[in-house]
Design a binder for this molecule. Structure first.
Ligand SMILES: NC(=O)c1cnc(OC2CCCC2)nc1N
Length: 327
């Protein structure tokens, strides 16, 4: 084997190793090797790519943080529009939603309850398993190309375990701890702190320099596949399991419910435990599980009739003020 061919083989091995280490650390939060091992293997990959530039590919683990500072963000048209959600604010709103669903899709309905991550909706496009483009939701049809910034989010796989061409939807967010550290630093530098983690995540993903985004400790939970078409998936819950199998990070607090009473019970439990989560949520999203029933229900002008957001009341200002006074 020539030097090039043995290097090509080693580069392939290093891709697989580094992708596995990255998945264990950033998706499972269960690293199987010390950081030093990851760094050594990454260093070995980078030196092979310097020796043979043709071995450096866009899906390489070495390509997380791009080089160039962008002039601006180009526009991206979403193949499948990114919809907004109707809102429910109390139990009665949910019972009305459930009645409408059962009137139009029949009495046999199951729901999936997902935490509503309070971040920024983004779409990730993969061609033959390779991450090729990422965009903000924008107005639902046209978003901004933030590929280079999304590439820095370690829980976003640069190559899927199956060579699928799909568009995945998710919520990029900044964990509460990262938000607090970032604001401490901004206050030290006498810069304007961010009002909340959602603004911090949006501000970080709108940086023209990917090196800044890379330092913001952003994360993502994916929750949907834009064009389910050829995946053979028939339920929202199956779609989430497929996303897990492909190497994505989904939110594991999701619950399958047989009735709206179960949904209501579970969402009040989630509401009580909300402050214990390491990321902010502003409610839950309730979705009809069967895709056939989703198709029967269809959409209003801007939202699906098969999903609704239940918004938690904003936390009482008093507790926030008390926190500030007591800390
Ligand atoms: N912020 C979230 O966590 C979230 C947002 N949206 C959706 O689903 C919408 C998307 C299009 C129809 C239903 N699910 C979520 N989990």
């Amino acid at each position: 084997m020539t030097d090039f061919q043995s290097s090509q083989k080693r580069v392939q091995e290093l891709h697989e190793l580094l992708n596995r280490y990255n998945y264990e650390y950033h998706v499972l939060d269960k690293p199987s090797v010390p950081d030093a091992e990851y760094d050594q293997r990454l260093h070995e990959l980078i030196s092979l790519e310097e020796q043979f530039p043709e071995l450096k590919t866009p899906d390489s683990p070495s390509q997380r943080v791009g080089g160039a500072i962008l002039e601006g963000f180009s526009k991206v048209e979403h193949k499948t529009p990114m919809l907004s959600l109707g809102n429910a604010f109390n139990d009665q709103d949910l019972r009305d939603f459930d009645r409408r669903v059962r009137q139009n899709a029949g009495d046999e309905v199951q729901y999936v309850v997902e935490l509503k991550i309070d971040g920024l909706a983004v779409s990730l496009r993969y061609e033959n398993g390779v991450f090729v483009q990422g965009a903000t939701r924008g107005d639902g049809s046209i978003g901004e190309d933030i590929t280079e910034n999304l590439r820095t989010i370690r829980s976003i796989p640069l190559r899927l375990r199956k060579s699928l061409s799909i568009e995945v939807r998710g919520e990029a967010f900044m964990p509460k701890k990262s938000f607090e550290k970032l604001n401490e630093k901004k206050i030290e530098l006498e810069e304007e702190p961010f009002a909340n983690p959602r603004n911090a995540a949006a501000g970080s993903l709108r940086q023209l320099d990917p090196k800044i985004a890379a330092k913001r400790n952003l994360d993502i939970f994916v929750y949907g596949i834009g064009d389910l078409g050829e995946t053979g998936v028939e339920r929202q819950s199956e779609g989430l399991d497929l996303l897990d199998e492909l190497g994505f990070k989904t939110n594991l607090e999701r619950k399958n419910c047989e009735t709206i009473d179960e949904v209501i019970k579970i969402l009040h439990t989630i509401q009580e435990q909300r402050n214990t989560l390491p990321y902010e949520i502003d409610g839950v999203v309730i979705k009809v599980d069967a895709l056939s029933q989703q198709q029967q229900l269809g959409f209003t002008a801007k939202s699906p009739r098969w999903a609704i957001a239940y918004k938690f009341p904003a936390e009482e200002v008093m507790t926030k003020l008390l926190d500030i006074e007591l800390n």
